[in-house]
Design a protein around this ligand. Structure first.
Ligand code: NDP
Ligand code: 2IT
Length: 450
């Protein structure tokens, strides 16, 4: 089958799932040269099989709010691919969650996890539950109800969820407590756990730190560094916060951060003190980002989700790190980045750059790193947390950080090497997709028709 025929088959089998099709299209386009060299992979329908979840669990979650009213939501777990390890991937709680969104995330996760070099298959889950505006008690009630069903389908050798949008330390705590009570078992069933009850040092920081380690590798490959560079970051959650922190550590200047209401432009740049304020604002007080602008007397720009471009990406800078959500950087935004001579775009979020925007960046010589490579530090450190749990050990901060640094360098080098081997030198997207695909394809081939 041609690329078009495979894609149209996937489209036909997954109607009304635009995010999933977008993710499949990108990987398929990248791995066509591999399929052309490997008639064995084609005969085994390996790519096509990767687009079918091994299992998709869809369930009702019913809970009582603080007023005693009955609430119900949709819960999901997509167990996408277990060729190289137990299903592994986060849980997302956000009103925009659909089967399509979770299938795109689970699909991306297959290749991302393979790139880490650790034995983890691909999975993702979540709910259309919106934690915004809910009390701690309501969030706990929801988490307990969600785990009431999910617990039947996971354990530490089968499927190990973690956080994602709307699921952080608080939610992981409630989910873990619920699992332990249901199963009467203390095991590494989730990652991102608290330090002191099985969590790994650096897991909280890992996605943001790993992203910036990756970006520094890209800069170095170009005989440059992040030192002294002005950087744009979107988002203000887990990934954004620790990306900002690591850019500061490396001597760069971050001038933006955002949430779903808009963005702040702080020309003087983030400091550790300002970042501490942002962490408290978003993680503890759960407020809106405008408060940062009020406190530090800088600009706040309200952004409406329906606007055709996001003015955050029109701010003049050297590097850009989208760390909020999918499709947050479109063709118009990419043109603005190119106009401002941005050197590098590395994705902290999953699939934040639209396909048109990616083409514009690459065609104009902007170094571009796809999330499945550049944000893999989070799941890699989850893999390290799993290993520590299996061994019953806790590694030091320095040990975990050194492993993370090393893993990010390996992903960088592996992606570049695959890109070069397949005639697309410097193309991190094609290289990452090919390297991730090859590892999973070979495992599926070895394991037979199952
Ligand atoms: P958080 O929930 O901690 O933060 C999400 C941030 O993005 C918030 O600032 C939120 O704003 C903003 N945001 C979310 N949805 C939208 C939207 N539809 N429009 C505009 N802004 C939005 O999530 P994370 O930081 O964990 O995740 C961010 C991204 O990174 C996601 O794409 C996730 O899949 C990816 N990722 C996360 C990893 C992890 O370890 N946590 C690992 C690898 C990737 P608001 O507060 O207004 O909702
Ligand atoms: O998208 C991701 O890689 C994550 N949300 C982290 C998954 C994990 O299992 O740590």
């Amino acid at each position: 089958m041609t690329q078009e025929e495979i894609l149209s088959l996937v489209k036909k089998r997954n109607p009304n799932e635009p995010e999933f099709i977008q993710a499949v299209d990108e990987v398929l386009m990248s791995v066509m040269p591999v399929l052309d060299r490997h008639s064995d992979f084609r005969n085994l329908k390996l790519f096509e099989r990767m687009t079918e979840p091994e299992r998709l669990i869809y369930f009702r979650v019913t809970w009582l709010d603080d007023k005693g009213q009955v609430q119900y939501n949709r819960g999901y777990r997509v167990q996408m691919n277990s060729a190289i390890g137990p299903y592994k991937g986060g849980l997302r709680f956000h009103p925009s969650v659909t089967a399509s969104v979770l299938k795109f995330l689970a699909f991306e996760q297959i290749f991302k996890n393979a790139l880490t070099g650790l034995p983890m298959g691909g999975g993702k889950g979540g709910s259309d539950f919106d934690p915004k505006g809910k009390s701690d008690n309501e969030v706990m009630k929801f988490c307990q109800a969600f785990m009431g069903e999910l617990a039947r389908h996971i354990d530490d050798r089968t499927d190990v969820p973690a956080g994602d949008i709307g699921v952080g330390g608080r939610e992981i705590g409630y989910l873990f407590g619920a699992y332990k009570k249901i199963k009467n078992e203390f095991s590494g069933i989730l990652t991102g756990k608290g330090i002191g009850w099985g969590g790994s040092l650096i897991r909280t920081e890992a996605t943001g730190y790993g992203l910036i380690y990756f970006a520094e590798n890209m800069m170095q490959a170009n005989k440059d560094s992040l030192k002294g560079k002005t950087c744009l970051v979107s988002g203000s959650g887990n990934v954004a916060q620790y990306a900002i922190e690591k850019i500061i550590h490396l001597g760069g200047k971050v001038v933006t951060a955002s949430d779903s209401s808009g963005f702040i432009y702080d020309e003087a740049g983030f400091t550790m003190e300002k970042l501490a304020f942002l962490k408290d604002l978003k993680d503890v007080r759960r407020g809106r980002i405008k408060e940062y602008a009020d406190k530090y007397n800088c600009k706040f720009v309200a952004v409406n989700a329906n606007e055709s471009s996001n003015p955050l990406w029109a701010v003049k800078a050297d590097c850009a790190f989208p760390c909020a959500t999918q499709n947050e950087l479109n063709d118009k935004d990419a043109n603005n980045l190119v106009k401002n001579k941005v050197k590098l775009v590395a994705e902290g979020a999953n699939m934040p750059t639209t396909p048109e925007a990616i083409n514009i960046l690459i065609d104009n010589g902007v170094m571009y790193a796809p999330g499945k490579a550049s944000n893999a530090g989070g799941v890699a450190t989850s893999g390290l947390e799993m290993t520590q749990n299996y061994m019953g050990q806790n590694w030091t901060r320095e040990e975990v950080d050194a492993k993370l640094l090393n893993i990010m360098r390996n992903i960088h080098d592996t992606s570049l090497a695959a890109a070069k081997e397949y005639g697309k030198p410097g193309n991190y997207m094609i290289g990452a997709n090919i390297a991730g695909f090859l590892k999973v394809a070979k495992a599926m081939q070895a394991q037979g028709v199952i």
